[in-house]
Design a protein around this ligand. Structure first.
Ligand code: 26V
Length: 775
């Protein structure tokens, strides 16, 4: 860093250490790339608008097996290893589950040795920072790239010129698109090293650049701002990550971002292929492209356009090749989250692609004349339908979700293509989500069964015989207790609140959304608080309720839920009568790093979405793997978690997906539920009457009204069952050995939820790709 050690700050130590680690990663990276070219096997390309990576330094150190050495080296300089790690900002290039899944997949692809590349956007501003002012969410820009980012390698030589708008003409019998607005995509590469450094793949992120960055004539004429205008405009394309929005995103810039990174990636893939192969018809043998949701769906028409318009293949041949390469993962059934573009906007920006989509629809209809199911209809381009029609395989992310896809959004298309939809239940990387974030539990496991579990998580099964042994169970309990104390210190230091480490740590961390029902959780907390106050000196199981999560900027109801939780926390935490039995805290700025601090300390994992709405969930898996019991509905992967950990080790409640649909038919479902449960009625009344907002008593009337008169997500209808399940959890927690056994069984039986297993499923069922590592 060009500094004497005595003048070095944590930042300098971190950079020095990062460069030392990165040097060692680069060797593996170059070797893996060389192997990939030599073997010339099938390559996997994972196209995703989001990669929620978090920090990378610890990942590198852990994967290279250098934890001890690094710790010792820093100690000789009098520097604390953890503090250096804590200096690194999160790479928050994603909103939530979808982006984090992509990051876990990159880790697993490298651990397995599958030749793969992630493609995305190098956002200068990742997901906004969240803070609270008087309990309200306030957003500010995230500026992770303001300091040097040691993990990326700029590739200024890898640039593609892309265009928008313009005209479609015919020249010598071929269709030619002449875009009128040009810009360039420049590559930035990050090596992703797998477990033990045996393999490293690349994450390639695109940044927007101007074709002619600087206008000297205008500068010399004195118009300095205008001279750099092109560059500024081109850079806006990779400036911000769109926060998932509650209202329809008819935003031109978003569509431009989607085309920008999809088209650059397709060009890069073709350039690589054509450098090694002659015959484009071999593309599906060498290339598998995975569309992470519909955001990169335009990659299909773009590949088709290049093959047909630019390389001169027939439309049918180009379509067949494209179909052979593309696959699509669906991550949500929420109708408001399914991407649709106004065809006028679409046609203005991408006139040739609109024509190609029509031809795809024609070809699909000709091949399947029984039904007209098209990507373009009602004045809209439907990205879900487009992705389905173009893709070779379409997958859901949990057994229940895949089943619902077949019965609901893709019912008709599934009828035409019954073999297309497959299930690949999500998973999480055990390196980050157990080994690194929970060193105490990791050591206990390794002491017990060796360290083979880190890359073969189902070996955790071998813990089961230990769970019957008292001394082992005591060690297991001690690890959780220590993790809780560590979290208490962390929270005390940063947020000035002392939590009771002996209480049950009950945690709900995820994006704030009505379907995820944080309001169900806080309503139950209110009812519980009221009950504690009714019975002074009662024998309660102490609870700490922890919330964290961001609400989309425009999603006012979700922001009001945050405000409500903060207001409830204020009243409850100040109440001397209940303080020892109940504490509530909403931690600001939830991100990957905060999750790594929270999950190892959890006793109870809140997975309480309205059944049928959460496609999978992955936080649910992280909690179970770290020895928390789940309180949850039969939704997403909760179903499979419960099946595996055992129903007696899972607090199930609530309606099933089909009961939810039935219940909604009852017009006064909420009022009936309120009338039947006095606790619910009283908790709602407290919200309505301003108990938690005495200076502004009307503040939450609309929440109470919404729950009483509409309650689309059936908070009221599930309340009683939720309350009951919470009391069962209390009851179990009174017996520490019983609880610890249940928690340990959750750990031992969660091995299947490794993203290594998920990736092996994709390789086998979808991609036909093979590992280049010796087993
Ligand atoms: C949700 C919403 C909700 C409001 C309207 C706008 C909007 C836009 C996007 C989304 C969610 C995007 C997709 C997503 O992140 N899905 C999550 O994917 C995870 C990985 O498969 C899965 O575990 C979560 O259940 C699923 O919500």
């Amino acid at each position: 860093m060009g500094k004497d050690p005595e003048h070095a700050k944590f930042f300098d130590w971190r950079m020095a250490l990062s460069h030392a680690i990165r040097d060692r990663i680069v060797d593996r990276w170059v070797a893996s790339t060389r192997r990939t070219y030599e073997q010339d096997g099938k390559r996997v390309y994972y196209l995703s608008m989001e990669f929620l990576i978090g920090r990378l330094l610890e990942d590198g150190i852990v994967n290279l097996g250098l934890v001890e050495e690094v710790g010792e080296t820093l100690r000789t300089f009098g520097i604390d290893y953890r503090s250096v790690l804590e200096d690194e900002p999160d790479a928050a290039l994603g909103n939530g589950g979808l982006g984090r899944l992509a990051a876990c997949f990159l880790d697993s692809l490298s651990t397995i040795g599958c030749p793969a590349m992630g493609y995305g956007i190098r956002y200068e501003n990742g997901l906004f920072k969240q803070s609270f002012v008087d309990g309200r969410q306030v957003e500010s820009p995230e500026t992770w790239l303001q300091e040097p980012h040691p993990w990326e390698f700029g590739r200024p030589e890898v640039r593609f010129t892309l265009g928008f708008r313009g005209e479609v003409t015919t020249e010598n019998g071929r269709t030619v698109w002449k875009p009128s607005e040009l810009l360039q995509a420049e590559a930035f590469d990050t090596p992703i090293v797998g477990w033990q450094g045996r393999w490293a793949n690349t994450l390639r992120l695109w940044a927007g650049r101007a074709v002619d960055p600087f206008d000297l004539d205008r500068f010399n004429a004195g118009d300095f701002a205008a001279a750099a205008e092109h560059e500024a405009l081109a850079r806006t394309i990779s400036r911000v990550l769109y926060p998932e929005d509650s209202n329809e995103a008819g935003k031109e810039l978003r569509l431009k971002q989607e085309f920008f990174f999809s088209a650059a990636s397709i060009r890069d893939i073709l350039r690589r292929f054509e450098g090694q192969h002659e015959d484009l018809r071999a593309l599906p043998k060498k290339v598998a492209i995975q569309l992470n949701d519909t955001h990169p769906a335009i990659a299909g028409p773009e590949l088709l356009r290049i093959l047909h318009d630019e390389r001169g293949l027939s439309f049918e041949e180009a379509l067949e090749i494209t179909h052979g390469c593309m696959n699509y993962t669906n991550h949500t059934l929420l109708p408001e989250a399914l991407e649709r573009w106004d065809e006028r906007l679409f046609g203005r920006l991408l006139p040739r692609h609109l024509q190609i989509i029509d031809r795809i629809d024609d070809a699909h209809y000709r091949a399947n004349p029984t039904r007209l199911l098209s990507a373009r209809s009602d004045g809209q381009v439907k990205m879900g339908e487009l992705s389905f029609i173009v893709a070779n395989k379409v997958n859901g992310v949990s057994a229940l979700h895949t089943d619902l896809m077949k019965k609901t959004v893709f019912k008709d298309l599934h009828g035409l293509h019954p073999d297309r939809i497959v299930n690949e239940t999500n998973g999480v990387t055990p390196r980050r989500w157990l080994h690194s974030c929970n060193p105490g539990l990791s050591s206990l496991i390794t002491d017990s069964i060796g360290d083979g579990w880190i890359a073969d998580l189902e070996q955790l099964e071998r813990l089961e015989p230990f769970i019957g042994k008292d001394d082992w169970l005591h060690r297991f309990r001690a690890v959780k207790a220590e993790n809780k104390v560590t979290l208490c210190d962390y929270i005390a230091e940063r947020h000035g609140m002392r939590l009771n480490p002996d209480a049950m740590f009950d945690i709900q961390i995820k994006r704030i959304h009505e379907y995820k029902r944080q309001h169900l959780n806080i309503l139950e907390a209110i009812a519980h608080w009221q009950e504690i106050k009714d019975t002074p000196g009662g024998d309660w199981v102490p609870r700490v309720k922890i919330f964290a999560g961001k609400a989309a900027q425009g999603y006012h109801f979700a922001k009001d839920i945050i405000h409500l939780i903060n207001d409830v926390a204020k009243v409850v935490n100040a109440d001397a009568e209940t303080r020892d039995s109940l504490q509530v805290i909403f931690l600001p700025n939830y991100n990957v790093t905060l999750a790594e601090h929270l999950i190892p300390a959890a006793d109870l994992s809140e997975q309480i979405s309205t059944a049928g709405k959460e496609a999978s969930g992955t936080g649910n898996m992280k909690f179970a793997l770290n020895g928390a019991l789940t309180i949850g509905t039969l939704d997403g992967a909760n179903v499979e978690i419960r099946e595996r950990v055992g129903e007696e080790n899972f607090f199930l409640f609530g309606m099933l997906a089909d009961e939810v649909m039935q219940r909604r038919m009852i017009h006064d479902h909420a009022q009936q539920a309120i009338a039947a449960d006095p606790r619910l009625a009283r908790a709602l009344e407290a919200i309505r009457s301003g108990t938690f907002s005495p200076q502004d008593p009307g503040r939450y009337v609309h929440i109470a009204d919404n729950l009483t008169w509409s309650d689309y997500f059936l908070v009221c209808s599930d309340f009683s069952a939720y309350w009951q399940a919470q009391r069962e959890a209390d009851h179990a927690y009174r017996d520490p050995d019983l609880w610890a056994r249940k928690a340990a069984l959750n750990v031992a039986r969660s091995g299947w939820f490794s993203s290594d297993r998920t990736i092996r499923g994709y390789m086998c069922d979808i991609w036909g790709a093979e590992s280049l590592l010796a087993p």
